[in-house]
Design a protein around this ligand. Structure first.
Ligand code: PLP
Length: 363
């Protein structure tokens, strides 16, 4: 790991990550979890997350981009890597070289794969109603699967779909499910992997399905969920910074850009070296941070590299402040920002070092 100098970091608890994995596995009997570690494992650190999963025996992962797949392959030589996003025809030789399984998402990429003369693994994606990537014409899908079952260079490993509303609209979910089932029931020779569930569907419905073999698990691995009630998951990330300076403001003095916060009384302000360039965006200014197990209000405008906290005499120079992952959950921050937990964690920028905690200790 690169040396860390800045007193701001995200603590990643890999014991909790594994706990969450096992909680999902309980729903699945002998089906296999495909951990979704796209977007730097949703901001939690793809290589460190995969190292831990690998150490526990996991040999498969899914990402979105070819770049993400190659980054993984460079470290993990013997895992299956599924690229969920759209591969470009010009890049098939790169995917083949790095043994990355690509997604057949439309007729054009299917033609390109068919004409490609090197070995390549792939999964066919059915668009069952989300209108994102995938084929939706049943006859076309059945014909492609049929043709691929005779191919000598293309290994069709799986067929999958993705749900738009697993956590909210049951009728729409069921419509997608029925469309998918109707198509695969007509496929004579099914590939060895059939996967439809994301986190929400894994915990809510997957145990009812006898036709699937795998699930693709993202957000719940990281201890988060959009479901209510939530599955029993443990939080994996806490974002921390340090009180590096304390200012004693006198009446009439103001804080930060725009001088927007000018207290009416003498007041103490702590400065934390974390700002919007770290993904702690300006809209967080209405929120709180935790110091010494107490919540303190963010004041003024959040800078690129710093923010201001109204404190009391209990707070000392050098105290650790937890921006989320302690008293303040990622869900609370998402609510504050009018977004979802996925966006909060994936927005944490590359500048914030991810510090791994495993076996109750820092690695
Ligand atoms: C195709 C696909 N499968 C699985 C997942 C994982 O979903 P979740 O994070 O809700 O488990 C995603 C995430 O966006 C996805 O795009």
């Amino acid at each position: 790991m690169n040396p860390i100098y800045r007193p701001t970091w995200a603590e990643i608890n890999l014991d909790h990550l594994w706990y969450n994995y096992l909680e999902a596995q309980k729903e699945l009997k002998n089906k296999t979890i495909i951990p979704v570690i796209k977007a730097n494992a949703y901001g939690f650190g793809a290589i460190e997350v995969m190292k831990h999963l690998y150490h526990k025996g996991v040999r498969i992962a899914a990402v979105s981009l070819l770049e993400e797949a190659i980054e993984l392959r460079t470290v993990f030589k013997d895992i299956e890597i599924l690229m969920l996003g759209p591969v470009m025809a010009k890049d098939l030789s790169v995917a083949s070289e790095y043994k990355i399984d690509v997604t057949i998402y439309d007729q054009e990429i299917y033609e390109a794969i068919r004409l490609f003369n090197k070995p390549i693994g792939c999964h066919l994606k059915i668009d069952s109603g989300m209108s994102r990537y995938g084929l939706n014409e049943p006859n076309q899908i059945i014909r492609i699967v049929d043709e691929l079952s005779n191919s000598t260079h293309i290994d069709l490993k799986g067929i999958f779909t993705h749900f738009a509303t697993a956590n909210e609209n049951l009728a729409f979910y069921q419509m997608q499910l029925e469309r998918f089932k109707a198509i695969i029931s007509q496929i004579k020779k099914r590939p060895r992997m059939i996967h439809i569930s994301n986190s929400s569907s894994t915990f809510k419905y997957e145990k009812d399905y006898d036709f699937t073999t795998h699930v693709r698990l993202g957000i719940s691995l990281y201890g988060l969920s959009l479901d209510d009630p939530k599955p029993d998951l443990k939080p994996v990330m806490s974002l921390k910074s340090t009180v590096v300076q304390i200012k004693e403001l006198k009446i009439g003095e103001c804080v930060g850009y725009g001088a927007t916060y000018c207290p009416k009384d003498d007041e103490k302000i702590a400065i934390l070296p974390i700002g919007y360039a770290d993904g702690f965006i300006r809209r967080n200014k209405t929120g709180y941070v935790e110091i010494r197990e107490k919540k303190y209000k963010i004041v003024g405008i959040i800078c690129m590299d710093a923010c201001f906290i109204k404190i009391d005499d209990q707070v000392q120079l050098g105290d650790v402040a937890t921006l989320y992952g302690g008293l303040i959950s990622i869900d609370e921050v998402a609510k504050r920002l009018g977004t979802i937990n996925y966006e909060v964690c994936t927005s944490l920028s590359y500048r914030v070092p991810r510090v791994v905690k495993v076996g109750g200790k820092h690695d």
